[in-house]
Design a protein around this ligand. Structure first.
Ligand code: PHB
Length: 404
């Protein structure tokens, strides 16, 4: 059994052994955080947790009278096995008031039967496979679905980039398959043609992308659409694209914003300039809420640090839980907490968001972004297009397991 890692944001008595001595009152909200604290997703976990912490710090008055405590569990490798054990313990032994986290889709998918049996709100702060919210009525998603970015990019590839042909390369697990299907559906509905779809390794380790991208290069498409999970996969994908001379060969690299994650951008260097992605967030977004968020982030975590879309998924997820705490007067009954979030609106650093009452998925803006080099010598995301209030298209179109 894991030792629970505890972080309290208010006065919660903790003994030397780590056990809580203070009887839980209606004012105490215990959140079970399921994140990959070790292994390939560790920096993604840090982004989400910091986003949640920053919400509590910047909105201390809005949180009152509740005392938020995190009970953290490590979901480790992105295969769902550890996450499932963690969820079981958090619900049955720790008796948490809500669950949050879930970077990788298999972690949310694997835990879904337990969550459906638990009657506790479970806020998905990253995992993007569209059908997940159909697996348990307790799921509410403050992150995104792969269909939101993938479908919008499929349209934009034809309309804005004037592409006629595409090759898709994707990490071979549920969100990758979703991103591919979403892109293909919209790209072909608008007159484009997907020439080939290449499964390119799994999420557990970064593969050598060379053979996959070489195959794509040989097929001479106008664009290469790539989904890889954010983190080290993204850096490797951008670098392989550059190393193979694909830009010089006239092939544009495009994808969801997972491949131009803010924390990875500077490390990609020249390889990233000119990449075009579709996403709901980048740290350069020019709105007052984001300016405040980024400034507070740099103050808290260092001038060279930056939030990214995972951090915002955590920030918005924390805001959702605080809303549910107020709405249920601290009781956090699962059904009541979920109900309170159906139609909930929030002014996020990414722009205005809402939880779709029909799907419990987020509705948000999608931005078409280009990576540019700024006068400060750093890489930035320049918004070159915007679609407002984008819903999950997999459920809107009723595709596969997205059907109700
Ligand atoms: C997912 O597993 O659903 C996932 C992980 C990383 C991403 C996007 C989706 O960047």
């Amino acid at each position: 059994m894991f030792k629970p890692m505890l972080t309290a944001f208010a006065a919660v008595a903790v003994t030397a052994g780590g056990a809580m001595t203070q009887a839980a009152s209606a004012q105490d909200i215990k959140i079970g955080l399921v994140l990959p604290y070790t292994g390939i997703g560790a920096e993604l976990a840090q982004q989400i947790e910091r986003g949640m912490e920053l919400y509590l710090k910047l909105n201390a008055d809005a949180v009152k009278p509740y005392k938020i405590t995190f009970i953290k569990r490590d979901s480790k490798a992105p295969n769902g096995a550890e996450a499932k054990i963690a969820v079981q313990e958090l619900l049955t032994q720790e008796k948490v008031d809500a669950l949050a986290g879930f970077v990788y889709s298999p972690d949310a998918i694997g835990s879904a039967p337990l969550i459906a049996a638990g009657n506790k709100l479970a806020v998905i702060e990253n995992a993007g496979t569209a059908f997940i919210t159909n697996l348990a009525p307790e799921f509410v998603r403050t992150s995104f679905t792969m269909w939101q970015s993938g479908y919008a990019m499929g349209e934009a590839a034809v309309k804005n980039l004037h592409a006629k042909t595409a090759v898709v390369a994707y990490t071979d697990y549920p969100p990758g398959k979703d991103s591919y299907q979403a892109f293909k559906t919209a790209f072909e509905a608008n007159g484009g043609k997907v020439l080939d779809a290449i499964p390119a390794g799994g999420p557990g380790q970064v593969p050598d992308f060379t053979p996959f991208f070489q195959r794509a290069k040989d097929e001479k498409p106008d664009v290469l659409y790539v989904f890889v999970p954010a983190g080290d996969h993204a850096t490797a994908a951008a670098k392989t694209y550059a190393a193979l001379g694909m830009r010089e060969a006239g092939i544009k690299l495009i994808g969801p914003g997972d491949i131009t994650q803010d924390i990875k951008l500077q490390g990609m260097g020249a390889a990233a300039v000119g990449l075009i992605t579709m996403h709901h967030y980048n740290a350069d977004l020019n709105n007052p809420e984001n300016k405040r968020f980024v400034a507070a982030w740099k103050k808290a975590y260092g001038a060279d640090s930056t939030p990214d879309f995972m951090a915002v998924g955590g920030y918005d997820g924390m805001a959702a839980i605080v809303h549910a705490a107020h709405a249920t007067k601290g009781k956090m009954d699962g059904a009541a907490a979920v109900k309170s979030l159906e139609g909930w609106k929030f002014n996020s650093p990414q722009g205005p968001i809402m939880i779709d009452p029909a799907t419990r998925d987020i509705v948000m803006n999608e931005y078409l972004d280009e990576v540019v080099k700024g006068s400060d010598g750093k890489l930035h995301m320049k918004v070159i297009g915007e679609t407002k209030a984008v819903k999950d298209q997999c459920k809107a179109l009723g595709i596969g397991r997205c059907k109700k």
